[in-house]
Ligand binder design. Structure first.
Ligand code: PHE
Length: 342
């Protein structure tokens, strides 16, 4: 019997040492001290022994029982501590980190200007429309009064797909798509990326951003066009802006104009900013050509409208005094962060 107790004691000790958590420990408790446990089964053998032997062994069993229970309790303490420490290591929060020092990122200057433009026009009753970057010749040229033989196509060379699709050269196709779904009178704007097969330099890139606008109603005149353009520029540059129109040729407007803004720095006297011209060339615009209204199923004898298209990149460059378009499209965060608005 002595030997059996020794073996049991050893077995118990090594089982207990190998437990990794409290659930395992409880299983060991049942295995040794439970109703069908190892110690209990020894007790059952007592019946066959003499009275003295039974008393002697019974004492040993009770002693073992107490020792086992104590060992289980102390192992439990060790495991509890271990589990707590593991949890602390997994779930710790460093409360000494300054929550405001995190780098949250910011909007790109082109996005900032685009969003500002959208807000300005939405406030004046315009709807913001979208259009695909990959267009058909119909939407990009034909419906805009630029048939395939027309020299205006040369000025807007682009990238063609083998199936005849192309990367849109301007946001003007949004005018056509707008007229397909919205009946006059309407006011729409359409921002987005445009593409041209262009040599890259400080002021040109093969991908840039435009902001298109179109208003169609009864009796729309150049006066309306000037009003909306002045309002938009005044909001963007946060000051009173003077504009002038020069004749400009775009097949989808008649008359067509180039719109210039009086240089905000020199007020027309000529400076480095406006390249000594006194005026800053900003965008193309004009009265919507009757052929374009016709392409949009609008009766040109009843309705008229104006349209404009401006470069968002160029506007952002003027606003933030950026002299080269290329870093605007690069991935250098140090560059764009200079213009972050928080
Ligand atoms: N789509 C023209 C361009 O990209 C700009 C424009 C738009 C001119 C609308 C007149 C009216 O050059």
């Amino acid at each position: 019997m002595e030997k059996e107790f020794e073996i049991l004691d050893e077995e118990f000790n090594s089982s207990i040492e190998s437990t990794g958590n409290i659930v395992e420990l409880e299983n060991i408790r049942t295995l040794f001290l439970g109703k069908k446990g190892k110690l209990t089964s020894i007790m059952k053998q007592l019946k066959e022994l003499s009275n003295e032997q039974r008393a002697e062994i019974g004492k040993n069993i009770n002693r073992l029982k107490t020792v086992f229970q104590q060992r289980i309790e102390s192992r439990k303490e060790v495991l509890k501590k271990k589990e707590f420490e593991e949890k602390m290591n997994e779930e710790w929060i460093d409360i000494t980190i300054d929550p405001f020092s995190r780098d949250f990122g910011s909007l790109h200057p082109i996005t900032t200007v685009q969003k500002r433009l959208e807000d300005i026009f939405v406030a004046m009753g315009f709807r913001v429309l979208d259009g695909p970057h990959i267009e058909t010749e119909f939407y990009n040229f034909e419906a805009l009064n630029i048939p395939s033989h027309h020299p205006a196509r040369d000025m807007q060379d682009t990238f063609y797909f083998e199936d005849g699709h192309l990367l849109r050269t301007h946001t003007s196709p949004i005018q056509i798509r707008g007229m397909e779904t919205i009946k006059p009178p309407f006011r729409i704007v359409g921002p987005g990326k445009v593409f041209r097969c262009e040599r890259t330099d400080a002021s040109h890139d093969s991908c840039f951003h435009q902001f298109e606008g179109m208003m169609v109603d009864r009796d729309i005149s150049v006066a309306h066009l000037i009003y909306f353009m002045k309002t938009m520029l005044g909001e963007i540059f946060e000051s009173e802006v003077e504009v002038r129109l020069r004749p400009g040729y775009f097949p989808f407007v008649e008359p067509g104009f180039e719109l210039d803004m009086l240089c905000l720095l020199c007020k027309g006297n000529g400076c480095k900013f406006c390249k000594q011209v006194g005026w800053i060339e900003l965008m193309g615009c004009g009265m919507v050509h009757p052929n374009v209204l016709k392409a949009g199923n609008i009766d040109a004898s009843e309705y008229s409208g104006f349209a404009f298209g401006l470069g968002i990149d160029r506007l952002a460059m003027l606003k933030y005094d950026i002299t080269d378009i290329r870093p605007l499209h690069g991935g250098n965060l140090n560059f764009v962060r200079q213009f972050s608005i928080t």
